[in-house]
Design a binder for this molecule. Structure first.
Ligand SMILES: Nc1ncnc2c1ncn2[C@@H]1O[C@H](COP(=O)(O)OP(=O)(O)OP(=O)(O)O)[C@@H](O)[C@H]1O
Length: 264
């Protein structure tokens, strides 16, 4: 489904701010894999997701999504294959538009504008059902402006919008980090459900080791721009935070450090 072959990326090459962010990333995701991504500060987690999305060109290596070589393609050309949700709840939705308008926009992504804008009855019914599944009462607020929603409600809606066209790959970049723990847990639960119901392949960056262990079928750890651990199957199910910290030290020879890391 996703293949990253020897991906390298250096920012600000030849300047005092030169930073080798990706240092030969290799990763193969199977169809339906849900991989959680952890690592210390500046390990290259977000940069890996940005490389997949084509935010900028990589220096070398290749990126294949669903059998298509995306390496030279623009972010725009890759967009139909991808759904993305970021940390900031303000990021994925249009605050001054209604919930129903946001969903309709997401559903029409990639289509020519100028078509009739009205939302049909059957679309409305579909959106209502989708919203009801979130169990946040949003199905009764379809004409509310999104700016009135809480951060958690907004992230849940963003998740729906990012997956409404069933992307080949869903990229979640610390999408619950700005939420309080209870809301974060709820949005994570919804993420699990949406990924499972739609049989999506997904990558989720998190600084919370426990969430990385609980969610997904596979866990990778990054350090200094490389994947240094890849744990799946039964081994992942049995993992503890202590195991992870120990493995990190074994493989990297350093102590794990991330200002944001939640180990508990
Ligand atoms: N657009 C950019 N321009 C310059 N440097 C960048 C850019 N994007 C990332 N970097 C640098 O690349 C390195 C990897 O960053 P990245 O955001 O991928 O880390 P991360 O693993 O997500 O870390 P964190 O947990 O701290 O968010 C960092 O040193 C970062 O400062």
């Amino acid at each position: 489904m996703l293949e990253l072959n020897n991906v390298y990326k250096t920012f600000n090459l030849g300047t005092i701010n030169e930073k080798k962010a990706l240092n030969g990333v290799n990763l193969k995701l199977e169809d339906g894999d849900f991989v959680t991504v952890i690592g210390g500060n500046g390990a290259g987690k977000s940069t890996t997701l940005n490389a997949v999305a084509g935010v900028w060109p990589i220096d070398s290596g290749s990126i294949i999504i669903d059998g298509v070589d995306m390496t030279g393609l623009s972010e725009h050309k890759r967009a139909p294959y991808l759904g993305r949700v970021f940390q900031d709840p303000m990021n994925g939705t249009a605050a001054t538009m209604e919930i129903i308008e946001n969903l309709a926009l997401a559903a029409r992504r990639g289509q020519r504008r100028g078509l009739k804008w009205g939302v049909t009855k059957s679309e409305k019914k579909k959106y209502r059902e989708m919203l009801a599944k979130l169990d946040l009462g949003l199905e009764d607020r379809m004409t509310s402006k999104v700016g009135l929603l809480s951060g958690g409600q907004r992230q849940a809606l963003t998740l729906l919008m990012a997956t409404i066209k069933k992307p080949k790959l869903l990229l979640l970049d610390e999408h619950t980090a700005a939420l309080d723990p209870k809301t974060a847990a709820k949005v994570l639960e919804l993420s699990d459900k949406i990924i499972a119901d739609n049989h999506l392949t997904a990558m989720m960056v998190t600084h919370n080791m426990r969430d990385a262990i609980i969610h997904g079928n596979r866990l990778i750890m990054m350090n200094e721009g490389k994947v240094i651990l890849d744990i799946k199957g039964e081994e992942k199910k049995k993992l503890t935070v202590e195991d992870l910290l120990q493995k990190f030290e074994e493989v990297s020879g350093e102590e794990f450090s991330n200002d944001k890391a939640l180990l508990g």
